[in-house]
Design a protein around this ligand. Structure first.
Ligand SMILES: [Zn+2]
Length: 591
């Protein structure tokens, strides 16, 4: 390809709305252009790199025994209603109407489509196992698109779905995909590592995410360098000890705390109750019902864990009014004792109880973090504004419905497996593997007849790779002050030939054409910078786009019978003209 023939609109400065380095470089290197927020055109070079990532994915998926299909982007809502996700995934579903007024969903993923296909086409154990994949455009009604391709309204995803007859078979399919992902990211030149993950709205019972470490990543990962434990912070646990019991406390005592509405305020003069002797009571609305969540004063609630442990789908913090309707006090004075508006009397109390019943807020579950198990001598809100209770013994005084690990781990806590201190780092999620079980196959009737003639639901797995996001993660990981530093495997072109004189009859141009032909014949992707520009401009652009190897043909070195070869990440080498092609081929093997 000749530079003047294609379109490489490099920019000196990135547009102001590009916040992270990879987003800036995607724009500056002329790889993508924004059409609207979260919607991008792939320019020729960006598309070339993208196609190379896709090719690697296809090769590894095929090698792992998956077969490619292509499913529609337009999906009928009925299948989403059948799976139960029309509501739970509603906030991310792109909904469109056709001229007859019929609604469609633009595919954010395809569990429902592939399971419907399997229900119709797979009938016998003889047809299993199967693993179907596709690489296609997906849509997400992202309210705040950000970071270029990282969080966009439309993006390219590879999604695969396995169907097995048994749980062991499903685990084997999962393992194949896990291994394929490891190969894919390694071949893309990415340092990605698997972490234990929450299964979220997709459901299922076992899952890993593949993470690329990056300061700008939207995920946090807890990991242990000693034993290799790694988990998304939404899922991570630690071996932190429980609060522990002190000598059995006296009876509960109410005391006045005027104006005190935070853990911190209560830990200061004149109260001096340390955060780790306080119970933080949170009111949440889980699937439209209030619940109380108790965690230690110095801990943070992990909402994802809470949803995963309780099976709640829609979870949010209650408003101050909802707190008041549920417990009779405002945030800051809430507790799980005195649940019947004890501080009120007569008609006022009767009315409050009546209102609560009317709202359906009168029966609520109390979930407590395991770290509070057995704790006594604790302090908590009295459900009366301006008052707290002390000498609280959680198991004596509070009717806890269920104990779960509900807290977010912090750096330095002991690893749950080996006890060494955990570290926390930010990362970009590029892939996700799930063992789904029979959740979708049961709801959408993807069943088969086993050897004994019994009808059973297929055991499923699903496996995603954000393809466009992977491309950006490669840039987020591979760049320097001059621009992108592509791995050879996915660079838009592997070699850039830069003649400094471009007149057709010039020696530099003739030689450039010769190298171009010879390298192309050896299956190297080459671009020839035939622009009539100053050398500085050409070199700057080549570095900005990040071609792994550059060959410069300048008058001075040609006079000495030499050309300049420069790896993007290395020093200039002067090489005799007649061995230049071999030298580039050798470098292409090495970089
Ligand atoms: Zn460990």
């Amino acid at each position: 390809m000749k530079w003047t023939q294609t379109l490489i609109p490099t920019l000196r400065e990135a547009p102001a709305d590009a916040e992270i380095v990879s987003h800036k470089l995607l724009l500056r290197a002329g790889l993508i252009r924004k059409l609207a927020g979260g919607v991008y055109t792939f320019l020729p070079l960006g598309l070339r790199a993208l196609r190379k990532v896709e090719k690697i994915i296809r090769e590894e998926m095929d090698r792992a025994g998956a077969v490619e299909v292509l499913m529609p982007a337009l999906q009928p809502p009925e299948i989403w209603e059948a799976s139960g996700r029309a509501e739970t995934a509603s906030n991310v579903l792109f909904k469109v109407k056709d001229s007859a007024g019929r609604q469609w969903f633009l595919s954010p993923t395809a569990e429902e489509v592939i399971t419907t296909l399997a229900a119709n086409e797979i009938n016998s154990y003889r047809q299993l196992p199967k693993n179907f994949y596709q690489i296609s455009l997906k849509f997400r009604d992202e309210i705040r698109p950000r970071f270029g391709l990282m969080r966009a309204k439309e993006f390219i995803m590879k999604d695969a779905y396995s169907f097995d007859t048994t749980d062991e078979g499903a685990m084997a399919s999962y393992k194949k995909m896990y291994d394929a992902y490891t190969n894919i990211f390694a071949r893309c030149g990415l340092k990605a590592f698997p972490v234990e993950a929450d299964t979220g709205v997709i459901g299922g019972n076992y899952s890993h995410e593949f993470m690329v470490p990056a300061e700008t990543g939207e995920n946090e990962v807890a990991f242990c360098e000693a034993c290799g434990y790694a988990a998304n912070i939404e899922k991570a646990t630690s071996g932190i000890p429980k609060t522990g019991a002190r000598e059995i406390g006296a009876a509960i005592e109410k005391f006045a705390t005027p104006g005190v509405v935070t853990i911190e305020a209560l830990s200061k003069e004149p109260y001096k109750i340390p955060a780790n002797r306080q119970i933080k009571t949170l009111v949440y609305i889980a699937d439209s019902k209030p619940v109380l969540i108790l965690i230690r004063g110095d801990d943070q609630l992990n909402e994802t864990k809470f949803a995963a442990k309780t099976g709640a789908v829609a979870v949010r913090a209650a408003t101050p009014q909802e707190c008041s309707d549920t417990l009779g006090a405002k945030p800051g004075s809430l507790g799980a004792i005195n649940l019947q508006f004890e501080h009120l009397t007569g008609k006022v109390r009767d009315e409050m109880l009546e209102i609560r019943k009317h709202l359906g807020f009168d029966s609520f579950k109390i979930y407590a973090d395991e770290r509070l198990q057995g704790a006594n001598d604790m302090t908590t809100g009295a459900n009366e504004d301006g008052f707290h209770l002390k000498n609280v013994s959680i198991e004596r005084d509070i009717k806890v419905t269920a104990w779960f690990d509900l807290r977010t781990v912090s750096a330095g806590e002991p690893c749950v497996k080996c006890g060494k201190p955990l570290k926390i780092r930010r990362a970009i999620e590029v892939g996700h593997v799930f063992k789904l079980g029979t959740k979708y196959s049961e709801k959408l009737n993807a069943t088969f007849l086993d050897e004994a003639g019994a009808r059973k639901p297929s055991v499923m797995g699903c496996y995603g790779i954000g393809v466009t996001r992977t491309l950006q993660a490669i840039i987020e990981q591979g760049n320097d002050k001059d621009g992108v530093v592509w791995p050879l495997s996915v660079a838009p072109y592997q070699v850039c030939i830069t003649p400094l004189a471009v007149a057709p009859e010039s020696e530099a141009m003739k030689l450039a054409e010769k190298f171009y032909a010879e390298l192309s014949a050896k299956s190297i992707d080459v671009i020839l910078d035939d622009r009539d520009e100053r050398p500085g401009v050409k070199f700057k652009d080549a570095d900005l786009v990040g071609f792994p190897i550059r060959i410069a043909l300048g008058e001075k070195s040609l006079a000495k019978g030499e050309v300049e070869i420069k790896p993007r990440n290395g020093a200039v080498q002067f090489v005799k003209i007649d061995v230049a092609v071999e030298a580039v081929l050798a470098l292409a093997k090495a970089v």
